[in-house]
Design a protein. Sequence first.
Length: 341
Amino acid sequence: MAERRPRVWVSQPLFDDVVARLHDHFDVDQVAAVREHDAAGVAAALGDVDGALVTLNERVGRDEIANATKLRAVANVGVGYNNLDIDALHARGIVATNTPDVLTETTADFGFALMMAAARRVTEAERHLRAGRWQGWNFKGLLGADLHGSTLGILGMGRIGQGIARRASGFEMRVLYHNRSRLPADIERDCNASYVDFDTLLAQADHLVLVLPYSAASHHIVDAAALAKMKPTATLTNIARGGIVDEAALADALGSGRLASAALDVFEGEPAVDPRLLALDNIVLTPHIASGSLATRRAMVALAVDNLIAALGAGPEAGRPPTPIAPAATGGKDAKRPGTA
Ligand code: 8YV
């Protein structure tokens, strides 16, 4: 009797030519169209497979794997893995992997783009123009804040935070950061960045960018109290995870002029966006696309495919997936405190 081929689930349509490599080793259950999977759907999909390739849209926790008796590996397409319950997976001996590094520079580019858009009111100005409200040149219209020569604050100084810091040198910005641990001196020098405590970061940043892992400890770390410590002229950019910012408090701060402007690529209830945020002019809103260059999204899928093949004991790296998530890891967006991403 022929040996049973392992079976894997691919939760969303990705890039067919990249995912095709899975077919060399496994039988593949490929979801045909972009869709939301609820917990029961994920549990059903995992019920009879050896491995899964999932995105941040799929929560894989204790309940979802309860009946997944064959499951040996879950490859997340994304550096952040707060959608996975790592303890539950590891307790069952299931290997979990993510996709760090390949998205660092692309995501840092986008963080910078959002910060600039918030500071210079780019999307607000475009809406103004498209709505036909530009009735003539106004010397004092739509004035923004400078980036050059200002102070950049970075919360979470991992790979992406460091990428943003390196970009800031070109704008002659002073760079402050806060992180769960201070970086080695050579990295600080390379990033031209100085370590400060959280309150100092809030108080001194002209532009604050959030790039820290999401966890219970970082939930709403930017709340009303934190926002009240920021300069009223400051901007806030979040490219990490929605739950890090208390969106109701942010809407209040932006609405009352307590904070000049913000840019969010991530939201607490994705894909839903709080109507209070949608109603504001002084906020840039994008649908979780920070890693979304074609080349990078392809590279993320390729790395996840490599991880899944290796984790299931196939291919040249059998048993050695390139980027496993370590037990009690703190290197992704599931760390216990503000940290690296
Ligand atoms: C991905 C992200 O688009 O990598 C991450 O953590 O948030 C994004 O780059 C997302 O995870 C896709 O699953």
